[in-house]
Design a protein around this ligand. Structure first.
Ligand SMILES: C[S@@+](CC[C@H](N)C(=O)[O-])C[C@H]1O[C@@H](n2cnc3c(N)ncnc32)[C@H](O)[C@@H]1O
Ligand code: SF4
Length: 377
């Protein structure tokens, strides 16, 4: 068991315990979608059982791993089961992983505990709630059945709406994943998807622009994609329509009602410590990055020690994704102040007393803006 904070520790030191996020990767899907390069496989019941045994063992032996000393006294305030499709596992299997986490870490009673769900797995939402999940992320992508079919999704829009209807009886913190810039998607069809999803009043919506990833079936196909100006228009439409519905953009691709931001993902964008368990999962603890290999019986290796100058670069890269922008620390001001001012003059950044924030124009070319800032001399 990791040395846990006690009330006496807090009283004596008067400092709150350090916070920690946990990510659990479940590398199984019912079937691979044509666009997706996340590490996931179809699986047999036996391979799922073997994986859970391996994962549980890896979690409970964490106190003897190199990262453990830096997690002493940490209070886990977010847990995220991602994939793949974690809802491929039964509630009992998911519970055995949660039990391993509880026996290894101190988990805050108010921790955000999320799970990614695919509508076609017909999850038992009541059981998910009772074993401790309090946030769901449902993958829809589009509510147009022809588009869903072309994406290689196994569910229809009707399947999704039926699942959502059950899920919202148990969960008040639900995210819906949507995608735009999809083959055969028109601006009108995207607007209709947004409208229909807003009617469900979810706490959170993620909208991802399709990335054609090497190694996926889409990579080798000739796709009929919306032109770039329409794709950008889809993004503006989402920002405006969702804001009108009270879902404000807090990160380039993420929108939520007030206080319903994904606390776990915010850790990545603000460079807070997190541990990843499972195939292909990453960790960052005390400025050391670890990487698990992409196999079911994965191994963990140290990827890199993040140097102070790389930390500043990461702060800029990640912080600029957030709507509140990146805090201009003395280090950022010293090394990147001129670069930030240049981007402000170009109309790509707004600089306040304390923060640099991408403008709408800067968001459209965020990769270029960030690379120009980091390479400016
Ligand atoms: C790891 S998946 C988990 C969701 C769940 N497995 C499902 O699909 O129902 C998380 C999300 O990433 C997004 N995504 C995956 N591949 C993408 C790509 N190539 N381009 C843009 N978004 C992508 C999809 O919106 C997907 O719902
Ligand atoms: S999008 Fe989700 S269901 Fe589809 S392959 Fe990726 S992880 Fe699996």
């Amino acid at each position: 068991m990791i040395t846990n904070p006690t009330p006496t520790d807090s009283v004596l030191t008067n400092t709150p315990p350090p916070k920690l996020g946990l990510y659990i990767h479940i590398p199984f899907c019912l079937r691979k979608c044509h666009y997706c390069d996340f590490f996931s496989l179809s699986s047999s019941p036996e391979s799922r059982t073997n994986y859970i045994n391996y994962l549980v063992n890896n979690i409970t032996s964490f106190p003897s791993s190199p990262a453990a000393p830096h997690c002493n006294n940490a209070l886990v305030d977010t847990i995220f089961f991602g994939g793949g499709t974690p809802s491929v596992l039964s509630p009992n299997q998911l519970n055995s992983i949660l039990t391993a986490l509880h026996s290894t870490f101190t988990i805050s009673p108010s921790a955000e505990i999320s799970i990614e769900v695919n509508p076609k797995t017909h999850a038992d939402y009541s059981a998910l709630k009772s074993i401790g999940f309090n946030r769901l992320s449902l993958g829809l992508q589009s509510d147009n059945n022809a588009i869903l079919k072309h994406l290689g999704r196994l569910h229809t829009a009707e399947d999704f709406f039926a699942e959502y209807n059950i899920a919202q009886r148990y969960f008040d913190n639900i995210n819906i994943d949507l995608m735009f810039g999809l083959p055969h998607q028109t601006l009108e069809s995207w607007q209709s998807t947004l409208k229909n999803i807003i009617n469900l009043n979810p706490a959170h919506i993620s909208t991802y622009s399709l990335i054609i990833e090497p190694g996926t079936p889409f990579y080798n196909q000739t796709l009929t994609l919306p032109p770039e100006d329409i794709e950008r228009n889809m993004y503006y439409t989402a920002s405006q329509t969702l804001a009108q519905a009270g879902l404000n953009r807090y990160e380039i691709s993420n929108f939520s009602h007030i206080n319903k931001e994904c606390k776990h993902n915010l850790k990545y964008w603000t460079r807070q410590d997190y541990l990843g368990f499972g195939s292909n999962a990453h960790s960052m603890v005390n400025n050391v990055r670890y990487q698990n290999s992409s196999e079911l019986e994965y191994k963990t290796s140290i990827e890199e020690v993040v140097t102070p100058s790389e930390r500043v670069k990461e702060q800029i890269m990640l912080g600029l994704r957030l709507s509140c922008g990146v805090l201009i620390t003395p280090k950022i001001q010293g090394k990147y102040g001129d670069a930030l001012r240049r981007q402000e003059l170009l109309g790509n950044l707004k600089i306040t007393n304390s923060h640099a924030i991408l403008t709408p124009r800067g968001i459209d070319i965020s990769n270029v803006v960030i690379s120009e800032i980091l390479n400016f001399d």
